[in-house]
Design a protein around this ligand. Sequence first.
Ligand code: COA
Length: 341
Amino acid sequence: MKRQPRSNRPSARPGRSVSIVGTGSYVPERVLTNEELSKSVDTTDEWITSRTGIKTRRIAAKDEHTSDMAARAAMAAMEQANVKPEEIDLILLATASPDMVFPATACFVQTKIGAKNAACLDVSAACAGFLFAVEIGQQFITSHTYDTVLVIGAEKLSSITNWTDRNTCVLFGDGAGALILQHRDAGAHGIIATHIGSDGNYSDILWMPGGGCRTPITAENAHQHLQTIHMSGKDVYKQAVVSMIDASKKALDKAGLTIEDITCVIPHQANVRIIEAIADRLKISIDRFFVNLDRYGNTSAAAVAIALDEANRSGRLKRGDYILMVVFGGGLTWSSTVIEW
Ligand code: COA
């Protein structure tokens, strides 16, 4: 163990620790199986399972929006944390599928959960957004600006998926996850180290090119599916492995830990082969990874948030355990967080 006893550790942020005091998640009822997909596009359960590990994904109802799923996850986290809506100072909502371009989806959530004292904003860092939002929330707490921050990752990717493109439509799903960050006295358990990074040179390997002011959707281009996810799968795969390994090492280094100290890795849930490659190169058993992508597919900013809540509620995380969360997404963006649970 490289890690020092808590009393000997130099505190990176003297005076305050930031703890996760509650988690929550929500997934829509509707389950879409690989078999069903194989009836609408040229694919098979065997192809999807062997190439990705995904068996099913959840699809939101027509009138169930990103903010609705976000609010359900937020309320579960607030209940577990025993935090009242009016105690929340800030709502950060990570999403690539907001209810609208503006106002921020976080504002709709504010109304739905009654967090009348909160400032609200959305965080746009695609699939890596949730841990970017955790980092922003932590900064607001350590700077003594706020005491209680609600962080949400929520997506209705089914609304920005091209359901005729087998290269992408088999991968994604809908859902939401949330956590509550609160200040604690210095040295308490909580977030130990974080790392965030981006590389805009690769923006075009994973993007939704239409629907913004650069390429508005018009009657002429509506048939081109520009308002859906476009992806160069192989390039994304390579970048995901490299950047999640690098981000893991950076956060571990900052934390003064090695990978052997980590009892549970909660990675972005995109493809089980990506997770296996990371486990292999970091030299850590795949058993230490929490994986639920077989049931939900890739829910982008919600993925690691839902996984954290499921790991928490299933008893997988024990007090004092060191947990590594690591994510990757369009941008490109990546982020990692080491927590003492
Ligand atoms: N069913 C059947 N065949 C499919 C298919 C599907 N759903 N999707 C693609 N194929 C085909 C391709 O058309 C290609 O056919 P071709 O050789 O005739 O052109 C063939 O399968 C192989 O495609 P390839 O790209 O080599 O597959 P792969 O092993 O790289 O797996 C992904 C494809 C998308 C699963 C993989 O690249 C991946 O997971 N990439 C990362 C995606 C990701 O994580 N995105 C989000 C990041 S946040």
